[in-house]
Design a binder for this molecule. Sequence first.
Ligand SMILES: [Ca+2]
Ligand SMILES: [Ca+2]
Length: 247
Amino acid sequence: MSVHVSKINTSKDMNMDDNTYSKLIFSNPRTTTGALQSGAEQGEGFRRYRRAAVCLGLLGLVLLGVAAGLCIKYRTERDQILNRYTGLAEDLLANYSSLVKERDQLSSLRSMLEAKVTQLEKQFQEFNCRIFQSATEDTWNMSRKYCREKGGDLVMIKSKEKQTVLNEMRLNGWIGLSDESVEGKWTWVDTTTANQTFWDEGQPDNWGSVDEDCAVFHSKDDDPPLTWHDHKCSSKHLAICEKSAFQ
Ligand SMILES: [Ca+2]
Ligand SMILES: [Ca+2]
């Protein structure tokens, strides 16, 4: 009720009956009954505030729970991503190391194959010839003349492989090696020095204090076949000749 009477003299002054006056009296908030109503309203308000506070508290707890859940979910996903990319990086590093190792192995294999090709080319050039012998024995110089007249020369042996092949052919005779120019310096007919030699045991020996300056091939069964002997160039043997297979 919003009616407020500040000053009342008599009911008669206000020209109203007793009932009406009584209602006005009870409707005044300053009366005892009005004070009780105000306390009840305050209690209701307090309960409303408390319910609101409880609701806000619950809402805060819910929000806190949601935030905590989101935080845990974020950390979990972050850890999963980190683990996945860490594993991926480790795999890539391992693959890279494997590729580097494989590259080095292939490089080593390539070097080995290139060396083998070079060796085979050299052997092909050495064996790219045709071996033949004279029918009669003669001196070293005459035997060389025979070979040259046939388009070749006395054979030169510059590898173990060629030495083995000639030995397996069971050849015997002059080869293109001598130390006539400088005693002890054995030189091939192409004027190169003999760096790899296959002298038989005790050879060369200038046997009998005779100057032996020309080399003879005597095939034998030893391995490696050591078949060379120095002989007098004036002695007579068959000629072992060679010439290019394309001549
Ligand atoms: Ca000699
Ligand atoms: Ca000798």
